[in-house]
Write a protein that binds this ligand. Structure first.
Ligand code: GLY
Ligand code: MN
Ligand code: MN
Length: 485
């Protein structure tokens, strides 16, 4: 408090205290917090991978920009930038500068470049107090103290909260380059002139779009850079980043488990409330109430509550119909907890009992899912999972009614980044979600679970929710309670 008397606790003691709390002694204050150091490790891992695209002795610059902030929309940071920084600051930009050593010939295996120098720069907008009256305080870039050229208080604070907290390395970047690690967004354009003048490859992701379409902001930005630096080679870092993002760390898996646990609770809430005469939006309200109540900021994707004919509309999100006894309801929902999204579907009967005809279809889908999950283990191609599910549905004679793929990666995005051409590896999390949709009978059935690939096989993270039809009926009647299946 300005002007107040502050207890004189030396900062050094506070720092020791904070580091104890932050997990160095195994005692993290918040067990679900991703350690700051992990974000730096991700940046280092990305650089190690991108280096392979540099010529020997070459320099690379990678740029990751913030998602745009729009009025009256909740800000959601670009997933790549979030993955690399763990921050949600609109208008921020990450720049990674790195080189590949010239190296003695034959010393390194071809395509592999591990050594090399690396510097990082996190550009933050300056604070705007007028704007902050509307949006709340944000860390600002601050500046340097005029006498010592050390970071001022504002910048020090930003360095701490963002984890870009190491003092610049005296050897790299080169002299006359910006020193970082926190810099002002308004300096970025001038700094890029310095970075790119000396670089061989610019790593920047921009979807090329289609001819005749308006240029996306990312593409316009890239075009501008190409105009200013016509000789630089441009490469897309998305593939390298996707290959990192598709293997989840223990901290990420913990967040996914939490998102999934909330989602299972929400399903259970909804099942016990569903009655003939209720609307789809009321069912959705029960689900999203649970999300918010448990600290999930938003659904990871528009909630799907499709009853009767709507059970056959794959991404139905209007939630407008009134449900009736005898309907099936496809409930495909996922809480987003600290950026990580669940994605769990169950198909339940209004009135609490499946009809014989519904049950027949339900069992085929369930068996397809069972076989697909059973096929999951390290070394199996990602595409194999869909083949197994397809084959099961084909054998039952319903292949024409299976209208979508079986799996996608799950993580920061509900359809998460990853290489679907790769083999499964421990640490991947994917959905398994076969479905059969008989529109003329208003019978749509989808069963979707979230599965972690483990060293030995698979763990169904969404096993907290029953899928066996008898167990679903029992749960709807308020029977077995939590965990029953
Ligand atoms: N909820 C979207 C999907 O299952 O892919
Ligand atoms: Mn889904
Ligand atoms: Mn899905």
């Amino acid at each position: 408090v300005p002007g107040g008397i502050r207890p004189a606790i030396p900062t050094a003691i506070l720092a020791v205290f904070a580091s104890l709390l932050s997990g160095e002694a195994g005692l993290r204050a918040d067990p679900l917090e991703v350690p700051r150091e992990e974000f730096r490790s991700r940046r280092i891992a990305l650089v190690s991978s991108l280096r392979a695209d540099l010529p020997e002795g070459g320099t690379g610059v990678a740029i990751f920009r913030s998602a745009p902030a729009a009025p009256f929309a909740t800000f959601r940071q670009d997933s790549d930038l979030y993955y690399l920084t763990g921050t949600e600051i609109p208008g921020s930009t990450l720049v990674l500068l790195f080189d590949r050593p010239a190296g003695a010939k034959g010393r390194k295996p071809a395509g592999k470049a591990s050594g090399g120098r690396f510097a990082e720069f996190f550009y933050l907008p300056e604070r705007d107090y007028r704007e902050e009256r509307w949006t709340g305080p944000r860390p600002g870039a601050g500046g340097l103290r005029p006498e010592t050229l050390e970071p001022d208080e504002e910048r020090n604070k930003a360095m701490q909260v963002t984890g870009f907290d190491r003092p610049p390395d005296p050897d790299y970047p080169p002299r006359n380059y910006p020193k970082g690690p926190v810099e002002r967004a308004s300096d970025l354009s001038a700094h890029l002139r310095i970075f790119l003048r000396g670089a061989d490859v610019l790593f920047f992701a921009a979807d090329p779009g289609s001819p005749g379409e308006a240029l996306s902001p990312a593409l316009a930005y890239l075009r501008d850079l190409r105009d200013r630096f016509p000789t630089i080679r441009v490469a897309d870092p998305s593939g390298a980043l996707a290959r990192l993002r598709m293997i989840k760390s223990p901290a990420e898996i913990a967040l996914l488990r939490k998102a999934i646990a909330i989602t299972c609770e929400a399903h259970r809430d909804a099942w016990s409330r569903i009655r003939s005469g209720m609307t789809e939006y009321q069912i959705q309200a029960v689900i999203e109430h649970r999300f918010l109540h448990e600290g999930a900021r938003r659904p990871g994707f528009p909630s799907i509550v499709g009853s009767g004919p709507n059970s056959c509309v794959l991404h139905y999100d209007a939630s407008a119909r009134t449900v009736e006894t005898g309907d099936l309801v496809v409930i495909d929902v996922g809480a987003e907890f600290r950026r990580y999204s669940a994605d769990v579907t169950r198909t339940v009967p209004v009135g609490g009992r499946f009809t014989e005809e519904q049950l027949k279809i339900y069992r085929i889908v369930l068996e397809a899912q069972r076989r697909a999950i059973a096929a999951i283990r390290p070394g199996v191609p990602f595409t194999e999972i869909h083949k197994v599910a397809r084959k099961a549905i084909e054998e039952a004679g319903y292949l024409a009614y299976f209208l979508h793929g079986t799996s996608h990666f799950l993580g920061l995005d509900v359809h998460d980044a990853g290489d679907t051409g790769a083999e499964l590896r421990a640490g991947m999390v994917l959905t398994v979600e076969p479905g059969i949709y008989l529109a003329e009978k208003s019978i749509g059935v989808r069963i979707e679970d979230d599965v972690l690939v483990t060293e030995r096989g698979a763990e169904i993270l969404s096993d907290c929710l029953p899928r066996d039809p008898a167990a679903v009926e029992m749960q709807m009647a308020g029977g077995l309670g939590a965990g029953g299946r």
